[in-house]
Design a protein around this ligand. Structure first.
Ligand code: NAD
Length: 421
């Protein structure tokens, strides 16, 4: 099968929205190309003393609205097209939530599970060293993404300070609390998604109980699932890279118990937890693949893992009424078209998962002003900002009769256009 190029998908989405508002073709051209692509070969020392070369990237797509901003991903699948797409979507997302940031993204082409903790630290520090003169609190501000976490951000910040002498914590967000991180940052993407989903369901007149399937159970998927579980949704399917579990009875899993069990046992297959028990007898019956999860008869499908999982090959088999994109770029443009025809509503990534970068912005603000906000202030500010973005998008969706992704892009393009020289 030919691998979908996520940057092509991103540009198709851009063109659809641009055509709805007659965007100046020259401006469209500017927005279609990254301003800078940094490609690195990073040598680092393994524990056995041998050196390995790892490919690294930072794409600075556009800074019309402010410093480039976006995460760092560590994964074997990282390549220039993936990082270009992710940087582009960050530009749109930051404009959607009205943050004073442009779009950027970066990553290392490596599976961090193959590294010891010391190797991970050495590699991260080498990466930070090489990027140090291209980033900064007012230039480009990285953050966590897939397979990166507060510890990695702390190493990154520390190495940047060593190399440049600039001790500003605002160079990176998603740091640990002890190192200038913000309250609520780890849960922010999931919580932001929850705020959007609740507003969306009100508009749709959809009432609980609602069944939900979640693909991906990392930072985003697990925090989102927990939030939904706490608020009465029935999480009937979850998965990670190795596959997942499904309860076809419609009764939801006990998400905290599933999370705890999976952390202990490593696999969802051993964690079929309903009520207060994890019943192994049911495990075979409930095991599913990631492909099967996407096609389950649920109310809400939540891709929260990686891009291009809903394509022209499976879009027709999606049975959910709503696809709520917590991952970046999970639906290809061809799949979008098929889902639209089937009246499956897609709530787009650039809105649904924007809670993470919104609280990253709060972290940056706190660092720049030497402040520390309490959790209540962080969460209420997040709710206010993301709800406003949802309502703005909904208005465009209704008034211009466009799908929610196109509406989100239109909102972003108008904000970008105002800053165009
Ligand atoms: P993570 O590394 O914490 O977790 C990723 C999860 O997805 C893991 O459970 C992994 O096993 C699973 N996974 C990976 N590839 C998969 C595949 N092909 N099929 C099924 N499952 C797979 O990453 P994360 O931070 O939770 O990020 C998940 C998605 O959310 C990414 O698309 C990321 O860009 C996006 N996102 C993350 C943040 C954030 O703050 N971390 C913010 C916005 C968007």
């Amino acid at each position: 099968m030919i691998k979908n190029n996520p940057f092509d998908s991103a540009l198709s989405q851009l063109k659809i929205a641009a055509s709805k508002i007659d965007l100046d073709p020259n401006f469209l051209k500017i927005l279609s190309e990254p301003e800078r692509i940094i490609e690195l070969k990073i040598p680092f020392k393994k524990d056995d003393g041998k050196f390995e070369l790892v490919s690294g990237y930072r794409v600075q797509h556009n800074n019309l609205l402010g410093p480039y901003k976006g995460g760092l991903r560590y994964s074997k699948g990282v390549d220039d097209n993936e990082v270009k797409a992710l940087a582009f979507w960050m530009m749109i997302k930051n404009a959607v939530v009205d943050l004073p940031f442009g779009g950027g993204k970066g990553g290392l082409q490596i599976d961090p599970k193959t590294l010891s903790q010391n190797e991970l630290e050495r590699l991260t520090r080498e990466f930070a060293k090489k990027l140090s003169f291209n980033i900064g609190p007012k230039i480009d501000v990285p953050a966590p993404d897939m397979n990166t976490n507060p510890q990695i951000m702390d190493w990154f910040e520390n190495e940047y300070a060593k190399v440049t002498g600039d001790k500003s914590k605002a160079v990176v967000t998603g740091k640990s609390l002890q190192n200038g991180g913000s309250e609520g940052r780890t849960e922010a993407t999931g919580l932001g998604g929850f705020f959007v989903l609740e507003e969306f369901l009100k508009k749709m007149n959809m009432q609980k109980p609602l069944t939900v399937a979640v693909q991906g159970f990392g930072n985003v998927g697990s925090n989102f699932a927990l939030q939904l579980w706490k608020n009465g949704y029935k999480i009937v399917a979850v998965s990670d890279l190795a596959g997942g579990i499904y309860n076809s009875s419609g009764e939801g899993f006990n998400v905290p118990l599933v999370k705890e069990c999976k952390e202990q046992k490593g696999l969802f297959a051993n964690c079929y937890c309903i009520g207060t028990v994890c019943d192994l007898a049911d495990k075979k019956k409930g095991n599913i693949t990631n492909e099967q999860l996407l096609e389950l008869p649920v109310d809400i499908l939540i891709p929260a893992a990686t891009e291009s999982v809903i394509t022209k090959d499976n879009a027709d088999k999606i049975q959910a009424k709503v696809v709520f994109e917590m991952a970046n770029g999970p639906t290809t443009p061809e799949a979008d078209e098929i889902l639209n025809k089937k009246a499956v509503i897609v709530v787009p990534d650039v809105l649904a998962n924007s809670g993470g970068v919104t609280v990253s912005y709060f972290e940056w603000l706190q660092n720049m002003n030497n402040q520390h906000w309490d959790l209540e202030k962080v969460n209420s500010s997040l709710k206010e900002k993301i709800t406003k973005a949802f309502l703005d998008i909904w208005d465009i969706h209704v008034s211009q009769k466009v799908d929610l992704r196109t509406a989100a892009f239109i909102l972003a393009l108008k904000r970008l256009q105002q800053k165009n020289f």
